[in-house]
Design a binder for this molecule. Sequence first.
Ligand SMILES: NC(=O)c1ccc[n+]([C@@H]2O[C@H](COP(=O)([O-])OP(=O)(O)OC[C@H]3O[C@@H](n4cnc5c(N)ncnc54)[C@H](O)[C@@H]3O)[C@@H](O)[C@H]2O)c1
Length: 505
Amino acid sequence: MIPHPAATPDRGHRVCVIGAGYVGLTAAACLAHLGHEVVCVESDPRRLATLERGGIPIVEPGLDEMVAAVTANGHLTFAARAEGGVPGAEVALLCVGTPPRPDGDPDLTYIAQAAREVSQAATGDLVVVVKSTVPPGSCEAIELICQEAARPGIRIRVASSPEFLRESRAVEDFLHPDRVVVGAADDDVADLVAALYPPGVPVVRCDRRGAELVKYAANAFLAVKISFANEVAALCEHLGTEASTVLQGVGLDHRIGSDFLRPGPGYGGSCLPKDVSGFRALGRAMDSPTHVVAAAERVNSEARSAIVEKLAKATGGVRGLTVAVLGMSFKEGTDDTRDSPGLGLIDILTTSGATVKAYDPLAKVDGLTVERSASAMEAVRDADAVVVATSWREFAELDPGKVAEAMSGDVVIDSVGALDLEKCAGAGLVVYGVGRGTPVSFHPVVWPPLRWAHSPRDHTGSDGTAPDTGSSADRETVAGEDGARAGAEHGGGVAPSRHGLRACC
Ligand SMILES: NC(=O)c1ccc[n+]([C@@H]2O[C@H](COP(=O)([O-])OP(=O)(O)OC[C@H]3O[C@@H](n4cnc5c(N)ncnc54)[C@H](O)[C@@H]3O)[C@@H](O)[C@H]2O)c1
């Protein structure tokens, strides 16, 4: 762990943070740790009560200790309303939710309300910083709301400084960000906002619309990387090669980077799906095409059903199966289940007629309609199949022998690449990954003048049929030794398991 920048009380500003969620509470605690005087306003009485009791309402490594330290030294206090934190503050950070509306546009009700509340509570000039993710142009509109709500003679200026932290790494990311983005109309405002952050961090200064777009564009690009990884993984399955190695080879090019280049059940969480649809809504509003991001969104929308199809292929159909779903948080290390792949998979499985037993070490799910198990081993007991949906370390550490013994079936779909295939296979489990293992169908396509090793008379498809020459007359599909072997072993992708079928990829 990189040491956190030391607190520097001499550089402190008086800051009011609105919202004590993942972004707001992290920002409040970290700013207090950096020496600022912070009041964090939370309107949800249950969350506020937890904070006032000395707890924190979210799971975020290191945040509880930091909150305890800065509340003990008096740098951080909590309030129920803006009046409890805004008077006397130089800066108010808006960190409230901007969830998607059903049409995909962001719901800006909470941010508008928070802007109104801080402006009404201001007793002196104030800089309002929008840290919530909002579409470009919002800060200018929010400034109008603030000016209308403020008392006469009080000047409120609005800046944009989007947040890039990752849940489960929030404290680290806030204190050691790759960069800080500050969008402001005035230099003195930009200077004040930049001075809030840890010293020595690269600061990108721009206008407000630019800063707002940086956040949307960054998340849209991350979504493209994930969907691209899933496309490469699908090709790897056909070729019988390992997606993780191929993507490692791609990602180690520093122009590309390995982060987010991982295949799986697609992106989820509170940010990427919403910001992708927000980016597309922006494109529509500006009449500016967003084809690349639209394609990433389409690929992602198919990723979860592709996992269930894999399970159906492996078992002969999911109707009537008892399936253990391991992982309901949208990724490991967090309790956040917003748009989580695990919950998405549970929905598809139950709709398809499976009975689901679900387990997650941390996630609390209100209104879960399936049985919740107390442990991973309890979930897999008597299950016909297992789907790993979140790469919690404890799933990788399960003893495959005990899992195989406890299950009534043998099929495991490891959608997040958490498991050791060899160990699982050794225990008799039949594990299907995403972009892993031996090929489902191997149809090597050779473009003339190259030729597959065998004479053209040997040409057969891997399923034993005549070669599919594809749509181009110049291409030929030829099965070589590996292809023929794959076809013979797996019968074109399916071979017997305990359920009458066997694993392929
Ligand atoms: N969660 C992330 O990883 C992350 C990362 C970067 C950016 N963001 C963006 O930051 C924003 C906040 O996200 P979050 O995940 O922290 O949301 P969240 O839902 O966890 O927290 C928002 C908090 O604000 C409180 N709140 C709402 N209106 C309020 C008001 N008027 N006064 C006081 N409190 C109020 C809510 O009760 C809630 O506790 C969103 O725009 C999100 O897109 C989130």
